[in-house]
Write a protein that binds this ligand. Structure first.
Ligand code: 5AD
Ligand code: SF4
Length: 350
């Protein structure tokens, strides 16, 4: 019937119409299992059994934006704000490298305090002094010139989730910004030769299955090298505090369909997925994900990077977290990725 037809097409052609994506997103019961198995098979075929670990350093929780869903929004006066010094960032990266994490993600709120040259200097030192294999930057919307400077300083990848492909919803949830501006920046990043990461939030208030299908088609159109797909988790100090969280099953379905349509993309089993369910990351790895991004932000700062509450692994030592992540990977008969784990498109693996 319809479901099996759409699934077979996705699995073989990695291409679907909007309507067919909707059918897959409406999977129920055994259909969900079949969707997961198909995504897992495509992941194994195109990317193998390696799970890449990326250490993420959340170096500032200041943000000049006011997104309705996010705990870092500027109107959240209850949050204790922090900024890591360049020395602290380098030390965190050194510790991550010592623990066997070859690549680093630098993430922050939109914090103009870190000017482009200051970040460029940190990036150069991460690569030259610490020997970090690949650097991903995720600091939001900046100018073309800033992105150019960072690329020249050695940044390999940039994460800028489109968050939602619904333009009206986007403008409502991210006051003062537009989807169009965001997409323009994703285009710039592509032009500048970055490996580009996008992604969405699943279960945003006002979102529909149609919007989610549009999210997936957009990521395919952008031909992203990475996509972060995680559930919405309401934060008590935001206007969306009383809204229900995104559903585990729906998030897994969006992840699986994304894997079917983006066979070579790096897809993390997100921390948000691990936060809404204790087995969330495991399930993510079984529904097409091939990346995990352990938090290597030094305590006490990481407690204050509260995009959403209850972040998985918050109170563990980094060593403990890594042991349990590696055990998770081994228990699924998978391997820990070696080397910088570039996109297979970059390695010439097309
Ligand atoms: N729930 C889930 N994800 C969120 N993000 C921000 N707020 C939330 C929330 N309440 C995500 C956004 C952003 C990333 C850093 O965190 O997708 O890109
Ligand atoms: Fe700032 Fe990003 Fe949070 Fe929006 S989602 S408030 S831009 S950190």
């Amino acid at each position: 019937h319809e479901f099996m037809e759409a699934l077979a097409k996705a699995r073989e052609a990695h291409s679907l119409e909007h309507q067919e994506i909707l059918i897959l997103l409406q999977a129920r019961g055994e259909e969900v299992d079949a969707l997961g198995r198909a995504a897992d098979a495509v992941r194994a075929k195109y990317l193998g059994d390696e799970v890449h670990l990326r250490g993420i350093i959340e170096f500032s929780n200041y943000c000049c934006r006011n997104c309705l869903y996010c705990g870092l929004r500027r109107d959240n006066r209850k949050l204790r704000r922090y900024r890591l010094t360049p020395g602290e960032i380098l030390a965190a990266a050194r510790k991550a490298a010592g623990l066997g994490l070859p690549t680093i993600v630098l993430q922050s709120g939109e914090d103009p305090h870190y000017t482009a040259p200051v970040l460029a200097d940190i990036i150069r030192r991460l690569k030259e002094e610490v020997g970090v294999g690949a650097v991903t930057l995720s600091v939001g919307e900046r100018s073309f010139e800033d992105y150019r400077l960072w690329r020249e300083a050695g940044v390999d990848r940039y994460l800028l989730k489109h968050e939602t492909a619904g333009a009206t919803l986007f403008a409502r949830l991210r006051p003062g910004t537009t989807l169009q501006d965001r997409l323009l920046r994703l285009k710039w990043l592509r032009e500048l030769g970055y490996q580009v990461g996008s992604g969405n939030i699943v279960g945003l208030p006002g979102q529909t299955l149609e919007t989610l299908a549009a999210d997936i088609l957009l990521m395919r159109e952008l031909d992203v090298e990475m996509a972060g797909i995680g559930p919405f988790i309401p934060h008590p100090q935001t206007p969306l505090a009383k809204e229900p969280p995104g559903e585990l099953e729906l998030t897994l379905k969006v992840l699986a369909v994304s894997r079917l349509l983006l066979p070579r993309a790096h897809l993390p089993a997100t921390t948000a997925l691990g936060t809404i369910h204790p087995q969330g990351r495991r399930m993510g790895l079984c529904f097409g994900a091939n990346v995990i991004m352990p938090d290597v932000t030094p305590p006490p700062y990481r407690y204050y990077y509260q995009i959403y509450p209850g972040k998985a692994g918050l109170h563990e030592e980094m060593e403990t977290t890594l042991v349990s992540l590696k055990n998770l990977i081994f228990s699924l008969n998978r391997r820990v990725g070696s080397g910088p784990g570039h996109s297979p498109k970059i390695q010439g693996g097309m």
